[in-house]
Every structure is written in C-alpha cells, then in structure tokens.
Design a protein around this ligand. Structure first.
Ligand code: BES
Ligand code: MN
Ligand code: ZN
Length: 522
C-alpha cells in the first residue's frame, strides 16, 4: 500500500478525489466556515456524532464533498491511542471492495506520534491474509492520503509509521503462513529477500555448520523432524563497523508439537505461531530497510520444528550446549529455551551493546499477563527502561518481571548442569532464568510474547508484535548514539537528531512524501 502525507485543511479535503474520505474529529473541534466543517459541527451539535474514539457517522453523497463515501470518526483527545482506536473502528469501511483510494484528514492539531499511529492502524485494519487461499481477492485499497494541518511538523512520525507498518505486515504474514508453507528453509529464504536492501546482509547456516558450531541443544530439538534446521543470521549496517551491534534473537520454532512430551490436540494448530519471535526479527529488519537508522543490528534466528519421532530427543536425555553446559531435557515441550540458549552463546561473538531475545516461550506468561503486555525480563535496568518506554511509545507495551536467583532453584538436575524446566509455579520466570545462564555479562533482555504474538478465536492471526516496540527501541538507540557523537546535552541533541532525519524545509513544502509498504511477504 502507498501512503502519502500532505498539508490538507478540512476546507480543501472536501475536494479530495477518493473512494472514501475519513475525517477524524477530536474533542473540542473548532469549525471553520467551509461546508465540511459546518457539516461536522452540525452532526456534533445534533448528537448524531460523538468525538469519542470508536464512535462514527457514515454519510453518502454529502453536499460539497467530492468523495461519495464519507466517514466522520471521533478521535477523542487526539492521542496516538485514541487515533488508533478511531481508525480500527473504520477497518471494515477501509476493506470495502470499491475502496482503492482513501483519504484521512485530521480536523484539528495532530502530533507526529498520532500520525504514526494512524498509518499503522490503517495498514493494520486493511491487511488481508491471502497466501494459501485459492479464491482470495487481494485487498482493493492501494493508496491512502494522510491530510494534516501542517505536514512538515509530523513528517518524522509519518515516516516512522510507514516503516513500522511494513515491518509489522511482514511479521504478520510470516506468522500466519501455515507450518508447511513456512518451514525453516522458507523462513531463511524470506530473510534472504530482506538482504536485497543495500544495508542488509544475510547468512544461513545449515545442519552441518550448526554441528560444527557445537550447538548440541538446538540440534537436539531439530532431531525429530524431517525438515532440516536453519540458523539465520541477518546483519543491518547503519553505523561504522566499530559500533557494537544490538543483537536480536528470535525463537523460530516453525511448529511446536511438544515433541515426545506431546501437546494435547486442542488448538495445537496455533503452534504454527511459535516462530512469532523470529517473525518479529524479520519484520524489524524490514522496517530497518525503510528507516535506515544509524546503528548496527544483528538478527539471529534458530529455526526448526519440534516433532515426535524415532530419532527425537527424549525426556531425560542430556545434551551439550554450545557454551559447554549440559542440560537434562526433562520436558521436550520446553524446546524454545533449548534453541535460544545456543543462539545466545553465539551472539556473544559479536560483543553486543545489548542482547534482546524475543520468544513465544511460555504458556505461564499468558497466565501472568494475558494478551495485552509482553513479559519483559532484563539483567540491565537501563535496557529494561528503554524497552519499556519503547513499548509505551509504540502502543506495543510490555511489563517487567523479576529475575531473582531463587527462581533458578527448580532448574537443578541430578544428571546434568541443569534441567530444562522448573516447576509449574512462576514458569515464565524459570524459563528466563534458564536463558540467563547463557548471556554472561552482556546487557540482556528477554521478551516473552506468548500472549501477544497472535490472537486466537475468530480473529485468529499474527499481530506483528513486538515489531513496533523493537523498532522504537532501535530508533532510540540510534538517537542516543547521535547525541553522544555530537557531544551535546542529550535532550537537545536528541531533538536535533530527530530533526536531522527529516528533509530540508524547502523540499518538504514542494511535494508530498510517498511511502510504500510491500503487500507480498516474499
Ligand atoms: N511454545 C510454547 C509456549 C506457548 C504455549 C505459547 C501456549 C503460547 C501458548 C512452549 O514451547 C512451551 O510449550 N512451553 C511449555 C513449557 C513447559 C513445558 C515448562 C509451556 O508453557 O507449557
Ligand atoms: Mn513447546
Ligand atoms: Zn514452543
């Protein structure tokens, strides 16, 4: 889908040629003298429209409006959250088969974060999964114009929104594809397509290389499957080689049957989403390709299936991890930590400034936090604070969980250095404690996205989370680095760095910015 941003007061929005015009009406709306303003003011006065987000009024052939279809939507206080809610409520209108071109106009002041949220909400609401449907029609919506009172003032938020939207869509698409259409090999191919961008390189390791690296734990999980494992390495180079990278590690279990400790049948299909962490890493790289921040990022994805088989790892088997620690596999369904631990050990080679893993790791995390916030575990308070703040800014929130050493007690084993499970109590924390054994002194955080990576029920599908959180975090790291390099007071420099990422004022006024997000994932 193509997005473009332009300065568009309500008075001229009425003349905008499109198939659907959405007017976002904030609380305290101040009408001008034009026809559209008068119409909105009248609807508010009559009580036919409320400015609350989620409330809307649909009109047809409204006088003085070029677009046949017009939706007036309440935008509350105009915050990012309110704007998102307002536009998600318009999702069905945006998905109409005749809607090829839509325009979105803000009937009041609007900040960059709200514009970012608007772009994301429209992209989100108009996404349709088609990859494995024989008769599915691709969505009609091809172009969305975002009209604001002052385009120059929100350009950064607009660019951020289109970049994150491309990443979220990529992550959703790969999460949604069934396990037989998203094997470790196909995931690796998707990563290779990302490396077509000039700043991205991709390296894919197969079973022989992974054996050579000594990743005995990762290999043990993959043993039960006919599908060969893949260890995917993505490099984004936006800064000098000497700048240490941020390393992202995504759990890439393309299907989790549980292995010999097999899962019950009910909802087992949802375990195709067990590569949600991997999908979020791929999506983040998709966004980096668009946004080109001045940082270095390394993405690592251990990808394989967890299957029961004559060759599969068995409960009680002891495996040797890449860092030499031995693990008693007490439950083959606790496989995520077994593939992640070797990837975390490998990550240390790159001397990361921060190491963040993202995993649909535990059902226990879903019990603890539900589907709203991802679980955040961190050894470093500054890193935790940055990730937490990025989650709030991106409307992709997380919540910090504890890592007291006492929680590791359950991981003791009589036959190896550690077991791969603790008890049922505090299951998401013992899983994090397991991972912590493999990160050494590197500032490390772990995001348990078991409750947030996908939705169940009628709306079953990948959410693309936490791409928004990760991209906001990485943009923040890039801003911090720019501030450091400038040697200026952080806040002022940060503001300047943000300004520097937008084109010069003269260029801004000349033509609207176009941004394209790609519909097909690979
Ligand atoms: N992929 C699952 C975690 C999961 C389960 C995510 C349900 C979302 C919904 C993971 O591999 C797993 O099976 N974890 C076990 C760990 C247990 C055996 C210690 C779990 O959570 O039950
Ligand atoms: Mn499992
Ligand atoms: Zn799993």
């Amino acid at each position: 889908m193509n997005f473009d941003l332009k300065t568009l007061p309500l008075s001229t929005a009425a003349a905008e040629k499109c198939d659907l015009l959405i007017v976002l009406v904030p609380e305290g709306f101040k009408p001008a003298a034009d026809a559209l303003s008068t119409l909105v003011a009248h609807a508010l006065k009559q009580g036919d429209l409320e400015a609350k987000p989620g409330k809307s009024l649909s009109l047809y052939n409204a006088p003085a409006v070029a677009s046949r279809r017009l939706v007036l939507a309440g935008a509350g206080n105009g915050s990012a959250k309110a704007v998102r809610q307002a536009l998600l409520a318009c999702a069905s209108a945006l998905k109409g088969p005749q809607i090829k071109r839509a325009a979105l106009v803000f009937a009041g002041a609007i900040g960059p974060d709200a514009v970012c949220a608007a772009v994301l909400a429209v992209a989100d609401g108009s996404y349709v999964y088609t990859a494995t449907k024989s008769k599915a029609e691709a969505p009609a919506l091809a172009r969305v114009t975002v009209g604001v009172p002052d385009a120059a003032a929100v350009r950064e938020g607009f660019a951020r929104g289109t970049g994150v939207a491309a990443g979220v869509e990529f992550a959703r698409e790969w999460a949604n594809r069934p396990a037989n259409h998203a094997t470790p090999t196909l995931l690796a191919n998707a990563a290779k397509t990302l490396a077509k961008a000039p700043n991205i390189q991709c390296k894919v390791h197969g079973p022989a290389e992974v054996a050579r690296l000594g990743m005995g734990s990762f290999m043990a999980v993959a043993r039960g499957s006919e599908e060969p494992l893949r260890f995917i390495e993505l490099h984004y180079n936006g800064a000098a080689k000497s700048v240490p990278p941020v390393v992202l590690v995504g759990k890439g279990i393309t299907f989790d049957t549980g292995g010999i400790s097999i899962k019950p049948a009910a909802e087992m299909d949802e375990m195709k989403f067990d590569m949600g962490g991997a999908a979020s890493v791929l999506g983040t790289f998709r966004a980096l390709a668009e946004l080109k921040p001045a940082i270095n990022v390394l993405g690592l994805i251990p990808a394989c299936e967890n299957m029961p088989d004559g060759r599969a790892v068995k409960p009680g088997d002891v495996v040797t991890t890449m860092n030499g620690l031995t693990v008693e596999v007490l439950n083959t369904d606790a496989e995520g930590r077994l593939v992640l631990c070797d990837a975390l050990t490998y990550a240390a080679r790159f001397k990361p400034q921060a190491l963040v893993d993202i995993a649909t790791l535990t059902g226990a995390c879903v019990i603890a936090l539900g589907n709203l916030r991802s679980g955040l575990f961190a050894t470093d308070d500054a890193l935790a604070a940055k990730l937490q703040a990025a989650g709030e800014a991106a409307l992709d929130p997380c919540w910090r969980m504890p890592l007291d050493d006492e929680y590791a007690e359950g991981l003791k084993s009589n036959f190896a250095d550690m077991g791969n499970v603790g008890g049922r109590a505090g299951g998401s924390i013992t899983a994090a404690k397991f991972l912590q054994r493999f990160v050494g002194d590197t500032p490390w955080a772990h995001l348990d996205i078991a409750g947030t990576a996908w939705k169940s029920g009628a709306a079953k599908g990948g959410t693309g989370r936490p791409v928004g959180l990760l991209v906001h975090y990485l943009l923040d790291v890039a801003r911090g680095a720019a501030a450091g390099a400038a040697g200026a007071a952080p806040a002022a420099a940060r503001r300047r760095a943000a300004d520097a990422s937008t084109p010069a004022p003269a260029a801004k006024a000349a033509k609207p910015v176009r941004a394209k997000t790609v519909r097909s994932a690979a």
